[in-house]
Design a protein around this ligand. Structure first.
Ligand code: SF4
Length: 314
C-alpha cells in the first residue's frame, strides 16, 4: 500500500500488485506498481515497475517516465550506496528506501543525508515492513520507523507492508475481537495499513486528510463524560479535513494543554462548557446540552464548517 500523490483524501494513490490479476475495475486515478518482470511482460495501462537499483542501472528497457527503484540502505552486504552516484543523471526515478538493519530508521536516514550531500533529489518513499503481531505493535513499529524521518522533512511517500506471517496473525487476532476494527478481504490488514499510513502522514503534517482531535486524559477535575462527549463531537465533525479540535475536561488546565488547536471545547463547571477559538474564549459557560450545536455554529461562523453531504465522493 503506497501513498505518494493524491487521488482522494484517505485512499492510496498506488497499489502494489505482486503476480496477481486484478479482478475489479480500478478507481479512476489509482495506479499500479508491479515487479519489473511482470510490468515488462504485461505493460498494463497505468502500471509502473518496481526494480532494485542494480537491475535498474543495468536494464535498457525501463519505464520512460516513472520507475520505483528499491535502494537497500546499508544492510549487511548491500553495495547500493556505491551505486547511488549513477542516479544523478536519471530523470524517471522515485527512490524506495528500506533497510534490513535492526535500526532501520537510522540507516534510511543516513542514506537520505548521503543523497542530499550528493545533490540527488529524486522523490523518496519509505518502505517499511512489519513482522509484529498485534495492531498496537505494528502501529509503534511503523510510526517509529517512518515518523521521525517525515518530521525531519525527508520523504514524499509511504509504503507499509507486513510479512505473510504477520498478515495471517493480524487477521486471527482481529477475528478474536468481539467487534472487528478493520474489515477487508485480507482480514483487515489492508484497511489497517491504509489508516496507519494516513495517520502517520497527518501526525507529521506531511499530508492532512482528516479532522484532528486533542483530548485530555481526564482526571479528578474532569467536568463531563470525556469519552462520550469526544465521540459525540467526532461523529459530527469527522469530515472536516484539517480542522484541529480540543476537548478538555476542565478550565483549570485545559486551555494551557490544548496547544495549537483551532477550536476548544472545555468544561467550565458542572453542566457548563466554554468554547474557544484558538486561545480566545468565544462562548462562556453555555449549557452542555447545547454545547455541541454551539460548537458547530462556531465552526460555521469561522468558515471552518462544510456540510457532510458537500464532501467530494471517492
Ligand atoms: S485538562 Fe483538566 S480535566 Fe483534563 S486532565 Fe488536565 S486537569 Fe484533568
Amino acid at each position: 500500500m503506497l501513498n505518494l500523490w493524491r487521488i482522494a483524501d484517505a485512499a492510496a494513490d498506488y497499489i502494489f500488485i505482486d503476480n496477481q490479476k486484478i479482478a475489479f475495475t480500478l478507481p479512476k486515478g489509482l495506479q499500479i506498481i508491479t515487479p519489473y518482470n511482470q510490468w515488462a511482460e504485461n505493460k498494463l495501462e497505468n502500471s509502473f515497475p518496481v526494480i532494485c537499483l542494480k537491475h535498474f542501472l543495468a536494464e535498457k528497457h525501463v519505464h520512460p517516465s516513472l520507475n520505483f527503484v528499491l535502494v537497500d540502505c546499508y544492510s549487511k552486504g548491500s553495495k547500493d550506496y556505491e551505486l547511488i552516484d549513477q542516479l544523478s543523471e536519471k530523470k524517471n526515478v522515485v527512490l524506495c528506501l528500506s533497510s534490513h538493519n535492526t535500526n532501520a530508521m537510522q540507516s534510511v536516514r543516513r542514506m537520505c543525508i548521503a543523497l542530499q550531500k550528493k545533490n540527488i533529489s529524486h522523490p523518496i518513499v519509505f518502505v517499511t515492513n512489519s513482522n509484529w503481531q498485534t495492531a498496537d505493535e505494528h502501529l509503534i513499529h511503523f510510526a517509529t520507523e517512518t515518523g521521525a524521518l517525515y518530521l525531519e522533512g525527508f520523504g514524499y511517500g509511504i509504503w507499509l507492508g507486513m510479512s505473510e506471517q504477520a498478515y495471517s496473525d493480524f487477521s486471527k487476532a482481529e477475528n478474536h475481537l468481539s467487534g472487528r476494527q478493520y474489515a477487508d478481504s485480507n482480514g483487515g490488514a489492508e484497511t489497517f495499513l491504509n489508516n496507519t499510513a494516513f495517520s502517520i502522514l497527518q501526525a507529521t503534517r506531511t499530508r492532512i486528510s482528516k479532522t484532528e482531535y486533542i483530548s485530555c486524559p481526564s482526571c479528578g477535575r474532569t467536568l463531563f463524560e470525556l469519552q462520550e462527549t469526544t465521540q459525540k463531537i467526532r461523529t459530527v465533525t469527522s469530515h472536516l479535513k484539517g480542522v484541529k479540535i480540543a476537548i478538555m475536561g476542565c478550565i483549570v488546565n485545559g486551555p494551557g494543554e490544548m496547544a495549537d488547536a483551532d477550536f476548544g471545547y472545555v468544561g467550565s463547571g458542572p453542566g457548563k462548557i466554554t468554547l474557544y477559538k484558538g486561545k480566545e474564549v468565544v462562548k462562556r459557560n453555555i449549557d452542555s446540552a447545547v454545547a455541541v450545536d454551539e460548537l458547530i455554529n462556531l465552526l460555521k461562523e469561522n468558515n471552518a464548517w462544510v456540510e457532510p453531504s458537500a464532501q467530494p465522493t471517492e
